[in-house]
Design a binder for this molecule. Structure first.
Ligand code: NAD
Ligand code: UDP
Length: 317
């Protein structure tokens, strides 16, 4: 049955894909965004759909709409952007979560919180399982994001225990794909744009740190399946691709796939940059109807390279 679904952060990278997919499934979609990192160009093809509505709104302020489901994605996700105005980031995570949970309570909606692998901080358990509580610096430059997201998880659980709000928590691992912004600062978009422009690829530190990269379509599928699970399964559940790569390996793959003549340069490692990250996805496989990531890194990177190629070509024209 068609539902009315609110997606906060709907004009961002992940949100725009989710809007598109939920509309295709016949739902009414409300995209709420303050356009801090999101972009109208990500959703421009949807605006003439009579089942799609865009609202320019900041989730740190209370807001109400009668809806069936809420995907709470609003929050800048790249370190450069979330550190730009750290106070605003933590307000978005904490006040925003409270506002969305209050709204879920009033409208009896189910809410899915977009949490992150950053809740594990610089993990001492590898791969990361959901039962691991993490190793997070509460006073560092990443804390507005990591601790903000941890607090949002706490709020979800407290609204569930105290007010019986129907909640779901997903911990998203590094995700990439079309609609990432050009100046996002995250490693996949940086390397691809640098390679396409023939500029040096900037590896931070010695490039031996690892990440696990998930293609956007696999994430969207996992999130939609999570929203549809039975009332009792709350998460948190890891959604990611367990393939683990060093940043040096990633740089070499991007240079090869783009056939670029770019070189690699080494830059200072940002503070509190996690050494390693890889999800254990057993819980997701068990509970999300056999979900597992399907898109291998090179295939997803080729799609993303095509996207940035045409984006850069349009910019030039
Ligand atoms: P993004 O920056 O592209 O999208 C975030 C969106 O939220 C943007 O459209 C932005 O304008 C909007 N926004 C920010 N603050 C807002 C506010 N106060 N009110 C309303 N809108 C606001 O990032 P993304 O990669 O699409 O991430 C979406 C969500 O997924 C975030 O919550 C992020 O923490 C989470 N996540 C993403 C990744 C990833 O690898 N992409 C990993 C873990 C978690
Ligand atoms: N990184 C890098 N070069 C860049 C951007 C990032 O080497 O141009 C590194 C960064 O230091 C980190 C990894 O790539 O170790 C992933 O960074 P990203 O910002 O994409 O995600 P996060 O650190 O939040 O996982």
């Amino acid at each position: 049955m068609a539902k009315r679904i609110l997606i906060t952060g709907g004009a961002g990278f992940i949100g725009s894909h989710l809007c598109r997919r939920l509309l295709q499934e016949g739902n009414e979609v409300i995209c709420l965004d303050n356009f801090f990192t999101g972009s109208k160009s990500n959703i421009i093809d949807l605006v003439n759909d009579s089942h799609f509505e865009v609202m320019e709104q900041d989730i740190i302020y209370p807001f109400f709409r009668e809806v069936d489901e809420i995907y709470n994605l609003a929050c800048p996700a790249s370190p450069v952007h979330y550190q730009y105005n750290a106070i605003s980031t933590i307000k978005t995570n904490v006040l925003g979560a409270i506002n969305m949970l209050e709204m879920a309570e009033r409208s009896h909606a189910r809410i899915l919180q977009a949490s992150t692998s950053e809740v594990y901080g610089d993990p001492q358990v590898h791969p990361q399982v959901e039962s691991y509580w993490g190793n997070v610096n509460p006073v560092g430059i990443r804390s507005c994001y990591d601790e903000g997201k941890r607090c949002a998880e706490t709020l979800c659980m407290d609204y569930y225990r105290q007010k019986q709000v129907s909640i779901k928590i997903v911990r998203i691992f590094n995700t990439y794909g079309p609609n990432m912004s050009l100046n996002d600062g995250r490693v996949v978009s940086n390397f691809i744009v640098q390679a396409l422009k023939g500029e040096d690829l900037t590896i931070y530190g010695d490039g031996t740190q690892t990440r696990s990269f998930q293609y956007i379509d696999d994430l969207v599928e996992g999130m939609i399946r999570m929203m549809a699970t039975s009332e009792e399964f709350l998460g948190p559940v890891n959604i990611g691709n367990p393939g683990e790569f060093t940043m040096r390996e990633l740089a070499e793959i991007v240079i090869r796939l783009t056939k670029s003549r770019s070189k690699i340069v080494y830059c200072p490692l940002p503070h509190d940059d996690p050494r390693q990250r890889k999800p254990n996805i057993s819980l997701a496989k068990e509970n999300l109807n056999g979900w597992e990531p399907k898109v291998p890194l090179e295939e997803g990177l080729l799609q993303t390279i095509d996207y940035f190629k045409s984006f850069l070509a349009k910019q030039k024209a």
